[in-house]
Design a protein around this ligand. Structure first.
Ligand SMILES: [Fe+2]
Length: 255
């Protein structure tokens, strides 16, 4: 390769990346800076290195999922990341986004063309995009730990502890119900705040999501989502009898 191939490689990367909506998030935000700015690169490198380390630790059961939640929240809390996220051109993204009539669109985030990031990352990541009033519908997870951080928009975020599983319902307890602004975040695991529900209250909203699977050695279930109606019968002790429902039903009710 010729010595001066760096800029043309970057241009080529940008051209390729812009072909997909999800990559617009990257090329216009963190990752364009990562490629173009030496000042920012160490921040992003460190962030992903640490994210991968804590994800591997929980995935390989060296740390508890609730400890992973704390570590992920520390990473999300870093002001440098929040300020970088704010550089993303969401107006342009929103203009090109094909928001679903109900619910949120999950956009996979592909870092495979970016140098320096682990090829076999221990974490998965995606962006959720939704129109005004639409939601990431109420759901919990089995054998997973995940975290949302608000990229753009104002959300109402609700969490519930999943206290007991029954054949046709869960017993759940509300734990969080508040506004979330850009840069604010929350996390879930089998043991804490397992069910979450985010509604875009202003204009279009974007959430960034990190998830790690197989985080609870005591849970024999395969990692995945479970759908729930949190507006069920109120019981003593602040508990709610929340029916298990299908994705189609929860999307119809709350999407
Ligand atoms: Fe989730």
């Amino acid at each position: 390769m010729p010595q001066d191939s760096g800029s043309s490689t970057r241009r080529e990367f940008a051209r390729e990346a812009l072909k997909s909506l999800t990559a617009v998030v990257l090329i216009e935000g963190l990752w364009s800076r990562r490629l173009l700015g030496d000042d920012v690169r160490p921040i992003v490198d460190d962030w992903f290195r640490e994210l991968n380390a804590i994800s591997r630790d929980v995935h390989e059961h060296r740390v508890k999922d609730v400890e992973f939640q704390k570590s992920l929240e520390q990473l999300y809390r870093r002001g440098d990341l929040a300020s970088l996220l704010k550089t993303i051109d969401f107006d342009r993204l929103a203009a090109g986004a094909n928001f679903p009539a109900k619910g949120a669109r999950s956009l996979p985030v592909d870092f495979s063309h970016v140098k320096g990031l682990p090829v076999q990352a221990a974490f998965g990541r995606q962006v959720f995009a939704m129109g005004k009033g639409r939601s990431v519908v109420p759901h919990g997870h089995d054998n997973m730990a995940t975290g949302f951080i608000v990229l753009k928009g104002n959300f109402r975020g609700r969490h519930y502890d999943r206290v007991e599983d029954h054949p046709h319902h869960y017993l759940i307890r509300p734990t969080i119900d508040r506004k979330f602004e850009p840069g604010e975040f929350s996390t879930i695991s089998d043991h804490k705040d397992n069910i979450h529900w985010f509604t875009a209250e202003g204009d279009a909203g974007f959430l960034f999501n990190i998830h790690v699977v197989e985080t609870n050695p005591e849970n024999p279930r395969r990692p995945g989502r479970v759908y729930v109606d949190p507006m069920g019968e109120k019981l003593a002790g602040g508990l709610i009898k929340a029916p298990k429902i299908t994705f189609g039903k929860v999307n119809q009710l709350y999407g």
